[in-house]
Write a protein that binds this ligand. Structure first.
Ligand code: ADP
Ligand code: ASP
Ligand code: MG
Length: 409
């Protein structure tokens, strides 16, 4: 008898019919003789609506506002957990719903993007031992001071993997609206190919570079705790994509997938005095304001006295980044600050890059042939990212997908 954690995303529980469909997936697993704990998202669109309500009332600039944001925004998952438990009851399957705090799933106090500290799995184990299905509200936990916390958008994936780790589950099945992880977002490239397997490292890069099919932290957690994760469709009856260790990933090509993100903005400081400590001077105030900087490029001036520095921050952080840099201007003594929100980051990802040379060249050539200018480049061992004008996002993704031979056979 195996213990399976099933997670149903927003579209998979979007209405009562789909909740019944999810309940049928639970029953199927039970009929195989397995025990099942379920993690649910809010019904599709509900979280967005709740966020909108909050934003209509508050600019979300204080800790107190974020605390109430979590109280409001976490409510969607509580509704679905109860509804799915009811759907199971109606099918004659005993089930018990749990809010995050009833598990309890304990988090830190960073409202809006809390991290999981621990999960006390006793109550869930007890429910399962009593022959029940445990239905847990995803995306939420409870802070040390007993307040609701949410885990960041897409956080139900992380709830599911964390629960699977805490329960020592045999597998964590992530049911969603696509039948697996594809070579790129199938909504942008209809010819994208479903992958049977993807290495954890590649999935981590894909997720953190914009592929929203799994929340980045869920992949990190699966890697760290050795959780077996499968991504599959709640609307089809077919195997999905299995996350595997790198040595088990059979993909031999240079590139496994392509990700894109429209979530970043470019900042350029020109005429910055070129002397030791300048980078620390620029990034210090940003770090203090809790702003993550992603891609960075510094020009070298021929005369060697002034330099330009270009980098990216999250679009949502841009205004705060500009404010922090303007405040530090008397110290930094840069000439100009320019910023652009209309940029996109396109990344090619694959463990194959470790053993194949020339990926960067192929990428740059492909973009050049399409007349797409590269603003910033950053690389790691298994990925290359470029920043381009946002209007070319789809063109770039499609061209690269084709150039690297990733389409369906
Ligand atoms: P859920 O609500 O089930 O959590 P999400 O919308 O968060 O679903 O994630 C699934 C979506 O991720 C898909 O509909 C797809 O558009 C998008 N996506 C982006 N990149 C990929 C990829 N490489 N493979 C599969 N889906 C992807
Ligand atoms: N409902 C939350 C969101 O939309 C969490 C999730 O779906 O994973 O971000
Ligand atoms: Mg999701």
């Amino acid at each position: 008898m195996a213990l399976i954690v099933q997670k149903f995303g927003g579209t998979s529980v979007a209405d009562i019919g789909r909740i019944k469909n999810a309940a049928a997936k639970v029953k199927k697993e039970l009929d195989l003789g397995n025990r099942v704990a379920v993690v649910v998202s809010a019904m599709a669109g509900v979280t967005n609506q709740l966020v909108k309500f909050v934003e209509e009332l508050s600019p979300l600039t204080t800790d107190e506002a974020w605390r109430e944001y979590d109280q409001v925004v976490s409510s969607g998952e509580q509704v679905t957990s109860g509804l799915l438990a009811l759907a199971l009851h109606e099918m004659g399957i005993p089930a018990w719903s749990f809010a995050g705090g009833q598990v309890p799933l304990k988090t830190d106090i960073v409202h809006g993007k809390a991290r999981i500290h621990s999960i006390d799995a006793q109550a869930i184990h007890k429910a399962l031992d009593n022959g029940m299905v445990a239905v847990v509200a995803g995306f939420q936990g409870i802070t040390p001071d007993g307040r609701m916390a949410t885990l960041g958008r897409g956080g139900s994936d992380t709830s599911a993997v964390a629960l699977a780790a805490a329960l020592h589950a045999d597998r964590c099945d992530i049911y969603t609206d696509v039948d697996g992880v594809y070579t790129t977002d199938p909504r942008i490239v209809p010819g994208a190919r479903k992958l049977d397997k993807i290495a954890y490292e590649e999935m981590l890069e894909m997720a953190s570079l914009g592929a929203k099919v799994l929340q980045t932290r869920s992949v990190e957690m699966a890697m760290n705790h050795g959780v077996v994760v499968q991504v599959l469709s709640s609307f089809a009856d077919a195997p999905g994509t299995l996350l595997v260790k790198e040595e088990e990933s059979m993909e031999q090509q240079k590139i496994t997938g392509i990700a894109y993100s429209r979530d970043e903005a470019r900042v350029t400081l020109t005429g910055v005095p070129d002397k030791p400590g300048v980078a620390a001077g620029i990034f210090g105030p940003l770090a203090e304001a809790n702003i993550n900087v992603d891609m960075i490029v510094q020009n070298i001036d021929e005369i060697g006295r002034v330099t330009d520095m270009t980098f990216t921050v999250g679009k949502a952080d841009l205004d705060r980044a500009i404010a922090a840099l303007e405040k530090a201007r008397p110290v930094l003594q840069y000439k100009d600050l320019t910023a652009d929100k209309n940029v996109a980051k396109i990344s090619v990802v694959g463990v194959g890059m470790r053993s194949h040379a020339g990926v960067a060249l192929d990428m740059f050539k492909t973009l050049a042939e399409k007349g797409i200018n590269i603003l910033v480049i950053s690389t790691s061992e298994i990925k290359i990212s470029v920043l381009i004008a946002e209007e070319y996002t789809e063109l770039a993704v499609r061209a690269l997908h084709q150039a690297f031979g990733l389409e369906k056979a």
